[in-house]
Design a protein around this ligand. Structure first.
Ligand code: MN
Length: 147
């Protein structure tokens, strides 16, 4: 599941984690959002599932307010140890730019279908029930919003 993650990175150059170490944040599964100042500022949503972090790049700052929909583009699975990664990905490397943790906590899976994921997020910036809905136009494109 991490082949794509590994293929995109040169771990002799990037400080990002290369190994998948198991992590536990109390009860619930890992949830985090990383603010990533790459060529375009975006917010990387991470949700633990089956030993990896499912990942989406959210194109605008997520809001803890009902009805504000954000485009979330699914990206490659990341190792669990990525959830709190902060640092500088060097110029010339995949995702070059600064990464900060924007929000961190846990989540509970409420519902999962092929085109819909409903989660209860327990973070500091985001908390409550959030929904990811897959768009028909492109299977990588989802909408993320508070329900
Ligand atoms: Mn990113």
């Amino acid at each position: 599941m991490l082949e794509e993650y590994k293929k995109k990175r040169d771990f002799s150059k990037t400080p990002e984690p290369s190994e998948n170490k198991s992590q536990k944040l109390g009860q619930g599964l890992i949830y985090s959002i990383q603010e990533h100042h790459a060529s375009h500022l975006h917010y990387d949503l991470r949700l633990e599932e089956n030993g990896v972090l499912k990942s989406w790049a959210i194109t605008k700052i997520p809001m803890n307010k009902q009805g504000i929909k954000r485009l979330a583009v699914q990206t490659e699975d990341h190792p669990l140890s990525y959830y709190n990664f902060e640092g500088e990905i060097p110029e010339g490397e995949y995702g070059a730019g600064t990464v900060h943790v924007w929000d961190l906590g846990t989540y509970i899976l409420k519902e999962k279908k092929e085109n819909l994921i409903k989660v209860e997020i327990k973070g500091k910036m985001l908390y409550g029930t959030f929904i990811l809905v897959k768009l028909r136009s492109d299977p990588k494109n989802w909408l993320f919003f508070k329900s």
